[in-house]
Design a protein around this ligand. Structure first.
Ligand SMILES: [Zn+2]
Length: 43
């Protein structure tokens, strides 16, 4: 997942043909890792 720093659009890695926002063609992209669900074991 990538977030465009300019327009704030979020898109998946496979949407990218170049490392560039497909919406506003900004090259400033922040990589976003999906929130991991941590399972806590109850003792
Ligand atoms: Zn953009």
């Amino acid at each position: 997942m990538y977030v465009c720093a300019k327009c704030g659009k979020v898109f998946a890695d496979d949407e990218l043909t170049f490392v560039r926002c497909p919406y506003c063609s900004s090259k400033v992209l922040n990589k976003q890792t999906p929130p991991t669900v941590k399972k806590v074991k109850a003792i």
